[in-house]
Write a new protein. Structure first.
Length: 384
């Protein structure tokens, strides 16, 4: 189960990249909170990172394949139970019930639900061993795994995190060998939904406002027509201006210092990097994310266990989707929604989830040359 000798197989490149990303995030948090009531928050980020290194290293020497069996159903059930508890007893902050208070720590179950969902879907995909996915036997069970956390998180409401599950699902199904016709049908369905929303916005605004929640309607308005209500588009416009003033190597940080950017230490942390460190700083950040994805793709390809590869692919989809959406919404090419920037935004639950994901990825890498446990058992049975 635990093999301390696997420390020698630790992928130091991936750990170094993660350390660089967390360091960039800590600097950005310091710049975002310096001179405010949250001054010193960067120290908490450092403490959390150090504490979360323990489960990361523990998972590295733990045989991840044990988690991809029956335990994946157990953890998934725990994740759903936590989301249900949040629905009825969660702490409401800024109109959203997303957190459970555990002593001084506020846990966001939707973050951990990402890990548990990836584990179970990887287990289900692994059963097919790379063969084409069947609709009833394979796709339907996977969608039934995807829907409960998606619906529960949408109801919190937390559209940003719910959409991350869509990114995870698509990436895992694509690599899991879904038929092209099924993927095309899904893409067409998404296009039809978006087209319907656009049509209703311009043709029957009153009907659309009854279908979507008020805060979601506000974000649709901000994206499609910023001039309709300047107050609602205030966040996005200031974020774009702040990033623009960063220029090539960074500006004076005036937008951040004057409090023009809400949640600048968490969801809007990219604005700090764009304004304080300019195009060059933003490029360095994106380079580290690119290197992280590259290392994860390499680990997925090297794994001799398909379920392990699918596990890593799920986390790749999670990272790529969150980075793309977080940055895209602050430069005005995507609608504004609450979603953190992995390893950069401040948030204990987010950092814990990302560190657990890295620990599992490192475990896949450390066990890449080992024989599959089931194969060993089968050989023993045949010999006997």
């Amino acid at each position: 189960m635990f093999n301390i000798r696997l420390i020698s197989k630790l992928d130091k490149s991936t750990l170094f990249i993660v350390l660089c990303l967390v360091s960039i995030g800590t600097i950005a948090i310091y710049r975002a909170t310096d001179g405010t009531r949250l001054e010193g928050l960067y120290k908490s980020n450092i403490y959390l990172f150090i504490a979360f290194c323990i489960p990361t290293l523990g998972l590295t020497i733990f045989d991840y394949r044990i988690l991809l069996g029956k335990l994946s159903y157990l953890f998934y059930g725990i994740g759903i139970a936590m989301l249900v508890v949040v629905k009825f007893a969660g702490e409401n902050i800024n109109g959203a019930a997303r957190w459970l208070s555990i002593g001084p720590f506020q846990l966001q179950p939707s973050e951990l639900a990402k890990i548990f969902t990836v584990l179970l879907i990887a287990h289900l995909l692994g059963k097919r061993e790379g063969r084409k996915l069947r609709f009833v036997q394979d796709l339907l069970p996977i969608f039934l795994v995807f829907l409960p956390p998606f619906i529960l998180i949408m109801g919190q409401p937390d559209l940003g995190t719910a959409l991350v599950f869509v990114g995870i699902l698509l990436s895992m199904l694509w690599i899991g060998n879904i038929r092209s016709s099924y993927m095309i049908m899904f893409i067409v369905a998404v296009i039809l939904i978006i087209s319907t929303v656009l049509w209703l916005y311009y043709a029957n605004y009153d009907l659309l406002s009854k279908i979507v929640k008020p805060h979601q309607m506000s974000r649709i308005e901000t994206y499609l027509d910023p001039t309709r209500d300047p107050d609602k588009s205030w966040h996005v416009k200031n974020a774009m201006k702040a990033i623009g003033t960063g220029g090539l190597s960074g500006g004076d940080g005036s937008y951040i210092q004057r409090g023009f950017i809400p949640y600048v230490y968490s969801d809007s942390i990219f604005v700090v990097i764009g304004e304080e460190f300019g195009f060059l700083g933003s490029s360095v950040l994106l380079l580290f994310f690119l290197l992280l994805v590259y290392r994860m793709v390499h680990i997925a390809m090297e794994s001799k266990v398909r379920a392990g590869s699918y596990l890593v692919i799920g986390f790749i989809g999670m990272v790529i989707f969150q980075v793309s959406v977080n940055i895209g919404m602050h430069i005005g090419i995507l609608p504004l929604t609450g979603i953190s920037l992995p390893f950069i935004s401040y948030g204990g639950s987010s950092l814990l989830t990302n560190m657990i994901a890295i620990g599992l990825v490192l475990s896949v890498n450390a066990h890449r040359d080992e024989v599959i446990l089931n194969e060993v058992r089968d050989e023993k049975v045949s010999v006997n």
